[in-house]
Design a binder for this molecule. Structure first.
Ligand code: ASP
Ligand code: MG
Length: 407
């Protein structure tokens, strides 16, 4: 007997037939003699709609009332799934985050889980009751409902699995698992059988939408086996494991991309201590995440250019913050460009294998694609290019790193 947390995303619960299908998948797990908790997200499109309504009334995304509105989609799906399970003759109960409780900090719209008191639901699970838990939501220190950030129900599932000391967390989605790149864009993308936590984290943090990056961090922290698989067919999915458990360490395992990028360049900044600190402090104060940063070597020691990227939704705000600093910093100009995308190749084998960057740069050069920025980690190389080359670059890199399916 195992204890398993099953998580179902929006497309897996997008209508009542799919919810009944989920109930059958849960029943199959229970019939194997397993103890089961289920985490669900809202029906696909629901959270977008709720966020749009909230924004149409007032643009207060990080407010308590925004969270009340956007967390409500999960209340519907937990109730429906619990009903569907009861209808199959199973013992099941729905749980909202405050009923468990799942405690978070008070950062509305992007809260972090602080702790989960799973003692009450554990008692019921052990007695054969299926716990159907609302993902994405928590309860803050002021007893107000919080949400974990878009896509956060993966994190709810992994955190609950860790708290219940589950044997495995199965994340059911609408694709077969983690792919060598987005199968919607590249027909020759392949499903990956095993991937290391670290690789999955790099992919999730650099645009792959299959898992919330905070869920991967938490899974790695607790060494919790996570499986990503489809709720729509019965094929085996992708198992996320420790790097040591990988039989074959690929040089490049997968290629992620992100189109929500914008590039900002400050021209003619004074080259002296404290300038970068002032810039990034002001962006941090506005809660703007900065990703790639490149500063040019100044030619004469007096002036330099600084380029960085932000999420395109933050571009206007970032420029506004920098305009405020213009008098103090005395730069010459700001140039921004939102027509850019970032492509990241990821693989743990990169650590021991030279020439991985060379293949990337050669391949892009052969396609006539100019590289605007480059950043790397030990197991990742990212480039920023014009967004019009996204498909071409992905296709060429997927082939160059030997990731294409044979068929
Ligand atoms: N329903 C939430 C969202 O759409 C959480 C999730 O699906 O993970 O962002
Ligand atoms: Mg998701």
């Amino acid at each position: 007997m195992a204890r398993i947390v099953m998580k179902f995303g929006g497309t897996s619960v997008s209508n009542t037939d799919r919810i009944k299908n989920v109930a059958r998948l849960v029943k199959a797990e229970v019939d194997l003699g397993n103890e089961v908790a289920v985490v669900v997200s809202a029906m696909s499109g629901t959270t977008d709609q709720l966020a749009a309504w909230s924004n149409a009334v007032a643009q207060l995304q990080r407010s308590e009332e925004y969270d009340i509105v956007v967390s409500s989609g999960e209340q519907i799906t937990v109730g429906l799934l619990a009903l569907a399970l009861q209808n199959l003759g199973l013992k099941a109960r729905s749980w909202l985050a405050w009923q468990i409780p799942i405690y978070t900090d008070c950062v509305h719209g992007n809260a972090r889980i602080i702790s989960i008191d799973s003692s009450i639901i554990l008692k019921e699970i052990v007695q054969g009751q299926i716990a159907v838990v609302a993902g994405f939501q928590g309860i803050g220190p002021n007893k107000r409902i919080t949400t974990l950030g878009r896509g956060g129900s993966d994190t709810s599932a992994v955190a609950l699995a860790a708290s219940l000391q589950a044997d495995r967390c199965d994340i059911y989605t609408d694709v077969e698992g983690v792919y060598t790149t987005d199968p919607h864009l590249i027909a020759k993308a392949r499903k990956i059988d095993f991937i290391a936590y670290e690789e999955m984290l790099e992919l999730a943090s650099h645009g792959a939408k299959v898992l919330h990056s905070r869920a991967v961090i938490m899974a790695a922290l607790y060494a919790l086996p996570v499986q990503v698989l489809s709720s729509l067919d019965k094929k085996p999915g992708t198992l996320i494991v420790k790097e040591g458990g990988l039989v074959e360490k690929q040089v490049v395992t997968s290629i992620a991309y992100s189109t929500n990028e914008a590039k900002v360049t400050l021209i003619g900044l004074t080259d002296c201590p404290g300038v970068a600190a002032a810039i990034f402090e002001s962006l941090a104060k506005a809660a703007i995440n900065v990703d790639m940063i490149v500063q040019n070597v100044s030619q004469n020691g007096d002036f330099t250019d600084l380029t960085f990227t932000v999420n395109s939704s933050n571009l206007n705000l970032a420029c506004k913050m920098l305009n405020v600093l213009k008098k103090d910093l005395g730069y010459v100009d700001i140039i921004s460009n939102a027509m850019v995308c970032k492509i990241s190749v990821v693989g743990v084998g990169m650590r021991s294998q030279p020439g991985v960057a060379k293949i990337m740069f050669h391949t892009l050069a052969k396609c006539g694609i100019n590289i605007q920025l480059i950043t790397t980690s030990e197991i990742r190389i990212s480039v920023l290019i014009s967004s019009k080359y996204l498909d071409l670059a992905l296709q060429a890199l997927h082939t160059a790193y030997g990731l294409d399916t044979d068929g």
